[in-house]
Design a protein around this ligand. Structure first.
Ligand SMILES: [Fe+2]
Ligand SMILES: [Fe+2]
Length: 228
């Protein structure tokens, strides 16, 4: 009898349903374990994932393929449905609030040295939220866009689901992955919108999220990777 192993993470119930359906169709035995019971003080943790998809080890490769295919098409649909400027903005505002909440939580759980960084990041995410709430398209022209170069660490990292017992290294990894996702969200939003100023706003936000990512990657590099 095969051991049960994790073949992937689903982000929400809907994605869970779609993955279940696809795995049913391919006749792969599976089980979805929800993370909800371990949520931090009932606070919704952004992008921690909704549940783990478990399959017998022998089915893992096949299941991974099915899951990533479902996710790809799911994400595409999700992007398409964000068609009005209003919807995109509301969505982004919520994401920023989630990100700020995440960094406050991370600050609470970190030693004083890093706490400051997490608090600063929380503040900046709150700043993003306010920027979106009182959107002044006139000021956007004055902001210059520069490309931000990362250390390439996030691309090599796996998604990290939230758990209350997670280590400091995992917390950093989760933060880096969150920033990577925010950056992607804004880059793809920039592609969808027609209004050039709004497009620029999204590119600015994408740039800020990549700065966050780089900042965290440097901390990770200094404090985790160099330890070994
Ligand atoms: Fe942000
Ligand atoms: Fe950020």
């Amino acid at each position: 009898m095969d051991r049960w192993v994790k073949a992937g993470v689903v982000e929400n119930r809907f994605e869970g349903d779609r993955v279940s359906q696809a795995l049913d169709e391919t006749q792969i035995p599976f089980l979805i374990k929800s993370f909800l019971d371990t949520a931090y003080d009932g606070l919704y943790i952004p992008q921690k994932g909704w549940g783990a998809v478990m399959v017998p080890e022998g089915f893992r490769d096949e299941a991974e393929k099915v899951i990533s295919e479902v996710k790809r098409s799911f994400r595409k649909e999700e992007e398409m449905s964000l068609n009005s400027m209003d919807e995109i903005l509301r969505f982004a505002i919520r994401k920023e609030a989630d990100a700020a909440a995440f960094y406050h939580m991370a600050a609470d759980r970190s030693n004083p040295g890093v706490r400051k960084t997490f608090e600063e990041l929380a503040k900046e995410e709150e700043g993003h939220k306010e920027k979106l709430e009182v959107l002044d398209l006139k000021k956007i022209d004055q902001i210059e866009l520069k490309e931000v170069k990362g250390l390439g660490l996030s691309e090599m990292m796996e998604d990290v689901p939230y758990s209350p017992e997670m280590s400091y290294a995992d917390l950093l990894r989760m933060a880096i992955k969150n920033e990577e996702k925010s950056q992607h969200l804004y880059t793809s939003s920039a592609k969808i919108v027609k209004e050039p100023k709004l497009e620029k706003l999204f590119l600015i936000l994408a740039q800020e999220e990549s700065k966050h990512k780089v900042r965290l990657e440097k901390i990770y590099d200094e404090e985790i990777l160099k330890e070994f």
